[in-house]
Structure formats: C-alpha cells, structure tokens
Design a protein around this ligand. Structure first.
Ligand SMILES: [Fe+2]
Ligand SMILES: [Fe+2]
Length: 277
C-alpha cells in the first residue's frame, strides 16, 4: 500500500495537537521509500508535525517542490540538518523571483533559498519534463496546455524585461502516483488549473485519475466556474474522488460537496489515505 499523510495544512484534524499554517506538505510512504512533497512555510511547524505524526526527516528518500511559493518551500530548513544528499525535484523555473503586489508594494513570496545554497544540500533535479521520483511516482512536468482557467491570485507578479507581469506559474507541477486501481494526482496549489492538470496527467500517463489530493486553488473561483468544473468532473472523471485542502477554499469545497456528495472530502493535516500499489 502507498500511504499519503497530510503533515502541514491550513487546517488540522479536529482534536489534534498538530500546528496549522497557510501551506501544505504531504508525506508519501511507498513500499521501499518515503517522499516529502512540499514543506509548508515554516521549519517549526514542519518539525513539530512530523514529530507528532511519528515521522522523521532521516527517513525521507526524495523531496519534491510543487512550486516556488513560500508556503510550500519555506519549511525546508527542517529537513536540512537531518537529511541531505537526497534528490530534490522541481520545475526549472523554481528560482525565478516571485512577488505579491499589494498597492505597488512588492513582497517576495517565492523560494527564500538560492539555487547555490540548495544545491549544496540536495541533488537538484530541475526540469520541464515528467520525472520518475520513485517507481510509480512521477512529477507531471510543466503543464504546457492550459485551455481552462488557471488557479491564480491577482496579486502574484514577476518582473521581466517588459516590466511587472502577472505570474504565469510555469513552475507549477503536481505528482502522479500510479496505483493498482488507477492514477492519483497530488497537488500543491495547482496554479496551472485543476482541469488543465488533470487533462495533462491523462494525456501523459494514460489512465484518468481516480483520486485528487491537495490544494486546487479554487479559492477565488465563482459559482459559475465551479459548476463548470463539477460538470467536467462528472463527465470526464466519474471514478475520481477528491481529498481537498489548502487553497481550495471553503466556498468551493461546500459547492463541490453539495453537487458531488461523498466524492468530495476534506484532507486536513493529520489525515491519511492509502492506495494499493
Ligand atoms: Fe502558490
Ligand atoms: Fe499554496
């Protein structure tokens, strides 16, 4: 069985002593290896939660960043003292400077560590193409085709030769876990758009997904677009269940639950789900 444990999230399981923060981190426990997908935003919360869940950074065999944002990469310092010389997978656009623009004040929101620092600790595996992290666990690679709406925040900007531009989130990737019953998509923020990412995964890996786990950045999606997503889920992904958290947003979760019932579940920190390998 492959076990996916939510270590960090904006919400924690009721009654748990785990700490919550805006961000996400998943522990993926496979037969012969463990992969950490994102690190939340602070080393303190990641260390506290790993410890409380009985998980140790010493046992991490590979690290993957879904994208550069601080709420996915900021906790990495919790791993470094205990576990280095492991591969770190991410998109090649990871180290571009990214900002939040509020009233023309530009606050950095990308990865805090420089490439030269991270490469001192990890074997950096940056690329555009899908990469096999461990047998049966792949990165999606860059989501090239994005006919559907992306998961954007209007404040997210980058600086180019042309000046300030909206971030196009080229760094955003997800993971695809191949299981005995189908593919499971594991998302960080899914800025590339959940429908674009699902369709990319289907095209690259064949089978449609039977599960989606993580943040889907529907936090600012209006009801009309949510209904479009629901219709696509029903038509193209009838066997897929959704375990949602982080930037999915309460309004989206409530509407999806209303229309799709048990197929939609929340996945706060402390939640675990297993799939046959
Ligand atoms: Fe993000
Ligand atoms: Fe995020």
């Amino acid at each position: 069985m492959t076990k996916i444990i939510c270590v960090v999230n904006d919400e924690v399981k009721e009654g748990s002593d785990l700490k919550k923060e805006h961000g996400v981190s998943f522990w993926i426990e496979m037969q012969h290896s463990n992969v950490l997908f994102d690190t939340g935003q602070s080393p303190e919360v990641l260390s506290h939660n790993l410890n409380l869940l009985g998980l140790s950074p010493i046992n991490i065999d590979a690290l993957v960043f879904s994208h550069a944002h601080y709420d996915h990469t900021g906790g990495v310092a919790a791993i470094i003292p205990q576990r280095t010389t492991i591969p770190l997978y991410a998109n090649s656009d990871l180290f571009r400077a990214r900002y939040s623009d509020k009233d023309h004040v530009h606050k950095p929101i990308g990865i805090a560590m420089m490439e030269s620092d991270l490469s001192h600790y990890f074997y950096l595996k940056l690329g555009e193409d899908p990469a096999e992290v461990k047998p049966g666990l792949w990165t999606t690679g860059t989501i090239q085709e994005r006919p559907e709406r992306m998961g954007i925040s209007k404040h997210h900007v980058i600086h180019t030769q042309a000046g300030w531009e909206h971030d196009s989130y080229q760094d955003d990737i997800s993971l695809v876990l191949k299981t005995a019953t189908g593919n499971v998509l594991i998302c960080g923020c899914c800025h590339a758009g959940i429908l674009n990412t699902l369709s990319h995964a289907k095209k690259v890996f064949g089978d449609p997904s039977i599960g989606v786990i993580g943040g889907t950045h529907l936090i600012s999606a209006d009801d009309q677009y949510l209904d479009h997503i629901i219709a696509v889920f029903q038509e193209r992904y009838p066997d897929c269940n959704f375990y949602l958290n982080h930037c999915t947003g309460k309004n989206a979760i409530d509407r999806l639950m209303e229309k799709l019932g048990d197929r939609i579940q929340i996945f706060p920190a402390g939640s675990t789900i297993e799939f046959p390998e």
